[in-house]
Design a protein around this ligand. Structure first.
Ligand code: AR6
Ligand code: MG
Length: 307
């Protein structure tokens, strides 16, 4: 495949925002209820171009990586706080962490206190990881390190971090043009329960499964392990950005986040041009809207080319 690398960078970020905005109006809906809003897959129109916390936090990750030409935890946490708009629908854990950091706790320590000292394994660290996946696409070790560190700001549980690392690595492999051979590479990279989940993805891709089974076996929930593997499945199963993202959202559940994750992987693989124009045009504009998100992708590309 011969796709412009810069278009893969902007495609990952815009793809993530498009998937988020497309899934947002049906967040928490059952499969049947999503169907009643969007209709059968094919020709979906975006209902509202407004993105949610997934994209707002992804913007913070990108801004901080660009400004610091790499990871700076205190600054990234600060960017999250500066961008924070409660109406975007943050998870309860992330809200609590940002409140703690605003009150003076360090970016490294604040997230450790959550969920009785376990830390969060919610999908909030993985949903915003696209900038890490593209900037470190050619170095799996550094990619995992930065995915873990950027997760630590809000998600201290190893399953939250490993979910973010796996999502970032999926985006990285997509940038490199791996699709048919993505799963074995992911399996060699993945740790913890994600290995079993990837085996399930492989088995499900091998058969003609009912959507009900996909939902039960892979999950469509707010935990990272119930959403990242589902996005990977959707990417692997379909051949276009539109089909994969609409499918991921059609399953219901945490639709904005699973849409964002699928959109990021697809955008990184197919490039920005492959994202339906009618969806990009509908995506919100304004201070930190679609043009700004594209610019962040351009800048990450520039940093990659001229470190
Ligand atoms: N033990 C039990 N439940 C947990 C644990 C744990 N250690 N960790 C997470 N949960 P949160 P997020 C459950 O609150 O990941 C937005 O709508 C718990 O129910 O850290 O940023 C986005 O669009 C917790 O509330 O927030 C995403 O859909 C939930 O997982 C989502 O929220 C989410 O973890 C992202 O949320
Ligand atoms: Mg959201």
């Amino acid at each position: 495949m011969d796709i412009d690398l810069e278009s893969q960078f902007t495609g990952a970020l815009i793809g993530s925002a498009v998937g988020d905005a497309l899934g947002a109006p049906v967040e928490g809906y059952s499969r049947e209820k999503v169907n009643s809003v969007y209709g059968a897959r094919g020709d979906w129109e975006m209902k509202s171009g407004r993105y949610t916390d997934d994209t707002e936090m992804m913007i913070g990750v990108a801004e901080s990586l660009i400004e610091n030409r790499g990871f700076n935890g205190a600054d990234m946490a600060h960017k999250f706080i500066l961008n924070y708009d409660v109406s975007r629908g943050y998870g309860p854990g992330s809200k609590e962490v940002l409140r703690r950091i605003r009150a003076g706790e360090s970016w490294e320590a604040a997230s450790e206190q959550l969920f009785f000292g376990e830390g969060s394994y919610g999908n909030g660290a993985a949903m915003r990881i696209a900038p890490v996946g593209i900037l470190y696409f050619d170095n799996a070790e550094v990619l995992r390190e930065i995915a873990y560190k950027s997760s630590q700001i809000t998600h201290a549980h190893v399953l939250g971090k490993e979910g973010a690392a796996l999502q970032a690595y999926s985006i990285a492999l997509a940038v490199q043009g791996h699709k048919e051979d993505m799963l074995p590479r992911l399996k060699a990279f993945a740790k913890e329960i994600y290995n079993e989940k990837l085996n399930t993805v492989e088995r499900l891709l091998g058969g003609d499964m009912e959507e009900k089974e996909i939902i039960t076996e892979l999950g469509t929930g707010v935990a990272a392990f119930d959403s990242v593997p589902t996005a990977i499945y959707a990417f692997c199963r379909f051949d276009t950005f539109e089909d994969a993202v609409a499918y991921a959202i059609s399953l219901g559940g945490d639709t904005d986040t699973i849409g964002a994750m699928t959109g990021a992987i697809c955008g990184a693989f197919y490039g920005e041009e492959a994202i339906p124009g009618r969806w990009i045009e509908k995506l919100e504009e304004g201070e930190k809207g679609r043009s700004y998100i594209k610019k962040l992708g351009n800048e990450l590309y520039r940093i990659k080319m001229h470190p």
